[in-house]
Design a protein around this ligand. Structure first.
Ligand code: FAD
Ligand code: ZN
Length: 483
């Protein structure tokens, strides 16, 4: 494809050239009368940009040719997978000059190697399809998050996604052994290694994972698979405080070891929103307790073994006053129901109206103190403010979201308070040695904040890496690093 590229492509002919590269049906423009809002608007409908064109290549060579053409014409590129990202990283700005590069047509499972416990998939594969393909091979791809029905593995890797199984299996980065990447110059790095050991220099894979489309376009990945557990058992427990939740986590870790694959915490207000907006889901135990915890025990022996382990754990927890009430799912269906409640919190809060989202991490031991202090500071600042606090307690990761007082207009609340609330929460995070983005990434939403909260030397190194890999600045400019 690159051979017939003109040396410096005029902007006006770029779209025509892209049509020849990927086929005209795969280049969408406003002029063509197509509604592009599915690509131009972010998941939370907070940002709405305008693309020069939405380009949908069907293979890696086409991606490379698209990048070469955009580089020659000096048009920047915004890569997009499922467009479920929560930090405004995957939609174009409003200049009308950026090319939106959608990876969703690269959706083949290229290979599964059961003996090596790996699978190689293209970037546009939907996460759930990756999980299903692993399952059909009798194996487990454990990355799991509420957007799994529409997010793509390329997006998961580009954001180093976390989710509900990180406690045991790690983030997307830890589940990735190799990558195929199109560079900012339109070259293809063939790095699809299935090796668990390879110390031949700088780790480009780990650099690309989590780079949010700013250093290269991920076109395929070799992923780590795990044996499927014999049984997964889920329990839902009411805990009297966050301190109790942290102690319960320690107890569960010591009793269940690697079997503890999930430990989620959900505040009462977060659960009340699910109860209000999705009454059919029947949230258990939430009315009488400040927090509920969802625990998952993945057992390699049997359901009987898993159940008896859970019963002993909960008995000890009751005796120690860490749990006041609990239910253990009796069937797979019930277990799915409990997880569905947890995963419905983001949607339920969206129903309640926009809020100020934070995806923070702090050392687990400091979470109770962080919440007590920050809750109080916010209440003092905005009396009646409501906290949608939930998340992956086992990873020290909270979605600490701040909702308008009951009856207040969410839009006005955001306009008046967002900046102040962010500063207050992030300063608290910094005091507790935490991170202002645990799993969603930086995108453009937090890019301006990074200089305040990231180590200055680290930030300089990041800028130098960006300059070295993308000197023209055509890959997702303004994301992660502010101009
Ligand atoms: P997109 O939103 O399309 O893109 C995200 C970023 O990656 C953008 O910067 C984009 O430019 C870049 N990108 C996308 N594809 C590529 C590629 N092939 N090459 C290079 N760059 C690329 N996230 C979590 O980590 N944990 C959660 O528990 C979680 N829960 C969520 C729940 C809900 C209901 C929703 C809506 C989102 C949730 N998210 C969560 C956020 C989101 O789903 C993840 O960030 C996901 O990994 C994004 O995947 P995507 O394919 O939608 O990427
Ligand atoms: Zn999360």
């Amino acid at each position: 494809m690159s051979a017939d590229l003109p040396e410096a492509l005029p902007a006006s002919t770029l779209v025509g050239h892209l049509r020849r590269v990927v086929g005209s049906t795969h280049v969408l423009t406003q002029d063509g009368g197509t509604d592009l809002s599915a690509w131009e608007q972010d998941w939370r409908k907070r940002a709405h940009g305008r693309a020069l064109a939405v380009v949908r290549p069907g293979n890696t060579d086409e991606v490379a040719a698209v990048v070469q053409a955009c580089a020659a014409a000096g048009h920047s590129i915004v890569p997009q997978g499922g467009n479920t990202g929560l930090v405004v990283g995957s939609v174009p700005d409003d200049s009308g000059s950026q090319v939106l590069l959608s990876l969703t047509r690269l959706n083949r499972v290229r290979a599964i190697d059961p003996a090596n416990l790996t699978m190689t998939v293209e970037a546009g594969c939907v996460l759930q399809a990756v999980q299903d393909a692993a399952d059909q091979a009798g194996l487990l791809f454990p990355l799991s998050l509420a957007a799994e029905g529409s997010c793509t593995i390329g997006g998961n890797l580009a954001t180093n996604a976390g989710g509900t199984q990180v406690l045991r299996y790690g983030n997307a980065r830890e589940l990735c052994l190799g990558l195929e990447v199109v560079t900012a110059q339109g070259e293809v790095w063939h790095g699809l290694s299935g090796l668990r050991k390879d110390n031949t220099g700088y780790d480009l894979r780990d650099l690309l994972v989590g780079s949010e489309g700013t250093l290269g376009i991920i076109t395929a990945a070799t992923l780590k698979l795990h044996p499927r557990p014999a049984c997964r058992l889920t329990a839902w427990a009411a805990v009297p405080s966050l301190d109790a939740a942290v102690s319960l986590l320690g107890l569960a870790q010591s009793r269940l070891g690697a079997g503890l694959t999930g430990f989620e915490v959900m505040g009462q207000f977060a659960l009340s929103l699910v109860d209000r907006h999705m009454p059919q889901l029947r949230v258990p135990l939430w009315q009488q307790t400040p927090f509920c915890v969802l625990l998952e025990n993945s057992d390699s022996e049997s359901e009987t073994h898993a159940r008896s382990q859970f019963e002993q754990l909960l008995e000890s927890a009751f005796e120690d006053g860490l749990v006041t009430d609990a239910v253990v799912a009796e069937s797979l269906q019930q277990a799915h129901g409990l997880w569905h409640i947890r995963e419905s919190i983001p949607l339920a809060q969206a129903e309640e109206g926009l809020n100020i989202k934070h995806d923070i991490s702090i050392p687990v031991s400091r979470i109770p103190a962080f919440c007590a202090e920050t809750d109080a500071l916010l209440q003092r600042e905005i009396p009646g403010v409501r906290l949608v606090n939930f998340g992956h307690l086992g990873d020290g990761n909270l979605h600490y979201n701040v909702q308008a007082p009951a009856g207040d207009d969410p839009g006005a609340f955001l306009r008046t308070h967002e900046e102040r609330v962010n500063t207050l929460v992030f300063d608290q995070v910094a005091q507790h040695q935490g991170s202002i983005s645990a799993e969603h990434g930086v995108g453009s939403l937090k890019a301006a904040k990074l200089p305040h909260y990231k180590d200055p030397v680290a930030l300089t190194l990041m800028r130098q890496i960006k300059q070295a890999l993308d000197p023209q600045g055509i890959l997702n400019p303004g994301r992660v690093l502010s101009p």
